[in-house]
Write a protein that binds this ligand. Structure first.
Ligand code: HEC
Length: 191
């Protein structure tokens, strides 16, 4: 143990363990302010980040990043003959969102923003894309085929030449997001 300093203001505590004694001093100000500052910071941070939700939790950030990576991968390996891949795209929020944007600018005039076309407004030009009755087939491949090549004689334009393959696939993903895999499909001939 260091011998007690000469200064009479510096006290020693009563107890002694193995001959070791503690000084009994006030903690230095810089130390106390760091502690108080950390407590104040924690309270402010807790309100702003956790309570108000302005900082995204790590779990959500990771999830968002995985979704983004999955969307990039899907976009770079579009296989229009693979129904399973289309269903996968229809479950990726980014892919579906991109489809929604294109749909809202190019398709709503005839199919309406709800996609329900004639079912919602009988005077609408396009048929309902949310029901399970299809004119040209309701499997992902068939829907892709219709959107891509259109039904020119009936007033449905061909979209792939206009927007390209990626956006066409996004549109199909958006339509499929209103359906679920394995639902019973009926095909009624166009009149
Ligand atoms: C100018 C009006 C018009 C626009 C714009 C339009 N469609 Fe259509 N769409 C139609 C019509 C009409 C039909 C029905 C064709 C028929 O009777 O065979 C149709 C049919 C479809 C079908 C097939 C439905 C079925 O039951 O088989 C799909 C899928 C479709 N449209 C998607 C789209 C998408 C996606 C867009 C936007 C990129 C779009 N349409 C834009 C008029 C339109």
């Amino acid at each position: 143990m260091t011998p007690p300093p000469e200064d009479p203001n510096i006290k020693l505590r009563e107890h002694s363990y193995d001959g070791i004694q503690e000084y009994d001093q006030r903690l230095p100000n810089w130390w106390l302010y760091t502690l108080y500052g950390a407590i104040a910071f924690w309270i402010v941070y807790w309100f702003i980040a956790i309570q108000a939700g302005s900082v995204q939790p790590d779990g959500q950030r990771v999830q968002a990043e995985m979704t983004r990576i999955a969307a990039v991968k899907m976009a770079s390996s579009i296989d229009v003959s693979n129904d399973a891949k289309f269903w996968e795209m229809s479950k990726n929020p980014l892919f579906v969102d991109a489809g929604r944007q294109t749909f809202n600018s190019l398709c709503v005039a005839c199919h309406l923003p709800s996609l329900r076309g004639k079912s919602e407004t009988p005077t609408a030009v396009g048929p309902d894309l949310t029901d399970t009755a299809w004119l040209h087939g309701g499997t992902p491949k068939e829907i892709y085929h219709t959107v891509s090549g259109g039904v020119l004689a009936k007033g449905m334009p061909a979209w792939e030449p206009v927007v390209g393959q990626k956006k066409t696939a996004e549109l199909v993903a958006y339509i499929l997001s209103h359906h679920h895999e394995g639902e019973t499909i009926t095909v009624q001939a166009s009149n």
